[in-house]
Design a protein around this ligand. Structure first.
Ligand SMILES: Cc1cc2nc3c(=O)[nH]c(=O)nc-3n(C[C@H](O)[C@H](O)[C@H](O)COP(=O)(O)O)c2cc1C
Length: 397
């Protein structure tokens, strides 16, 4: 097979994905809650943060690796759990898992996956994490047993989805499982024949981990998932889940400092600071801002997602105290653009950006990044007596 030249940047993967995918699917990927202010807030948190380079440091050899729970990883990255990836490419979960495994980074499978827990366990030999939504006890127990039996090493409990966020793009486009073929969706599909042919050849995506003899079609599976979501899940329910799962348990979706202490007391092994890529509550803190505000205040390893689009973002997150970053939409742009190869290319691109940033920052080892490597850009000065300055000039540490 011909080897394609990688595209120049993530924006190019995003554009390529937008060309391949029907508008409705791209909107599912890109969309956020409400007016989508949260997307800008997540990005602005990174943009406000500047590097503080250390010049004349030997950066001839660089290491992007990090250690988490005593294990060394070659990159400070994992793939975030994302539901319905088979809507982008048939077997999207398998592609993401294999690409992650090749790069030596963990892949986290969503509860709402389109390949089953067991199928993904067999995809490549990379480390697999399993993401659980807050589900009723019996269903949670069932999934936990399956994930254990299949060899998943880490359970990620997503705690920011007691109910679904207000996703206006999905409401407007009619995106939901199972797909209903409205005239608009049919036209959308007709305008993207390569996508449509692939979906028809493979069969439309199902919620594979919910599939059974009684739930053989996507609509029964979706109804089952909805019925099993437990908006009553609380810290007491977390204690029960903790007792069920013998390996690492991680909470995903915290954005406030006091909850970190509760997570630690509840026996969690890490927290993913995340606002679900702004898909749940629109006006909630950007996780990167939370990370900066809690630095040094918890012994729990902190992982981060929401708004990571480059290696520079990853380096800033590590400097602010994150142990690892999860790629969400960034990985899906690769998947949508070029399938498994696209995911591999996006991971390699972000790895190369991390490497360049470590060199330019004068910090050859990702492990040595710390708060001294970043500072906050001051807001533009508007109070100068000459009235000239609207540029960000004053810097506070
Ligand atoms: C299309 C899509 C589907 C997602 N599905 C899930 C999911 O099933 N479970 C989950 O915990 N998070 C889910 N997320 C949230 C991601 O795990 C992650 O928190 C988010 O994408 C990070 O933000 P970013 O995409 O801006 O980097 C989803 C995100 C996207 C974009």
């Amino acid at each position: 097979m011909a080897v394609l030249t990688p595209l120049p940047d993530l924006a190019a993967y995003r554009r390529r994905a937008a060309r391949h995918l029907p508008r409705m699917v791209m909107d599912y990927v890109e969309g956020a809650a409400g007016e989508e202010r949260g997307l800008d807030r997540n990005r602005a948190a990174f943009a406000r943060t500047l590097f503080v380079p250390r010049r004349l440091t030997d950066v001839s050899r660089r290491e992007a690796g990090v250690t988490l729970w005593g294990r060394d990883y070659p990159l400070p990255l994992a793939i975030a759990p994302m539901g319905l990836t088979g809507v982008l490419r048939p077997e999207g979960d398998l592609m993401l898992a294999r690409a992650a495994g090749q790069a030596g980074i963990p892949f986290c499978l969503s509860t709402a996956s389109t390949s089953s827990i067991e199928e993904v366990a067999r995809a490549g030999d990379g480390e697999k994490w399993f993401q659980l939504y807050v589900l009723h006890r019996d269903q949670a127990r069932l999934f936990v047993r399956r994930a254990l039996a299949a060899g998943y090493t880490t359970l990620i409990l997503t705690v920011d989805v007691p109910v679904n966020g207000r996703r206006l793009r999905d409401r407007r486009s009619g995106f939901k499982v199972p797909f209903r073929l409205t005239p608009r969706i049919a036209l959308d599909a007709a305008l993207h024949p390569a996508w449509t042919m692939a979906q028809l050849r493979h069969g439309l995506p199902q919620l594979a981990s919910f599939a059974s003899a009684e739930a053989a079609d996507a609509s029964t599976q979706a109804a089952l998932l909805n019925r099993q979501m437990d908006a009553g899940f609380d810290w007491a329910a977390l204690a029960e889940l903790r007792a069920l799962w013998p390996h690492r348990l991680v909470l995903k979706g915290l954005t406030s400092a006091p909850e970190l202490a509760r997570a630690e007391a509840a026996g969690c092994d890490a927290v993913i600071l995340s606002n679900h890529g702004a898909r749940q509550l629109e006006d909630v803190a950007a996780p990167f801002d939370t990370l900066r505000s809690v630095q040094g205040r918890t012994a729990l390893p902190l992982l981060l997602d929401s708004g990571i689009r480059s290696g520079e973002d990853v380096v800033k997150a590590l400097a602010a105290g994150a142990r690892m970053c999860l790629l969400g939409r960034a990985a899906l742009y690769g998947l949508g653009a070029r399938g498994e190869a696209g995911v591999r290319e996006v991971i390699a691109m972000i790895a190369a950006e991390i490497d360049t940033t470590l060199a330019l920052l004068g910090c050859p080892k990702a492990r040595d990044l710390g708060p001294e490597h970043i500072q906050t850009e001051a807001p533009p000065a508007t109070d100068r007596p000459d009235g000239l300055s609207t540029q960000p000039q004053r810097i506070r540490a």
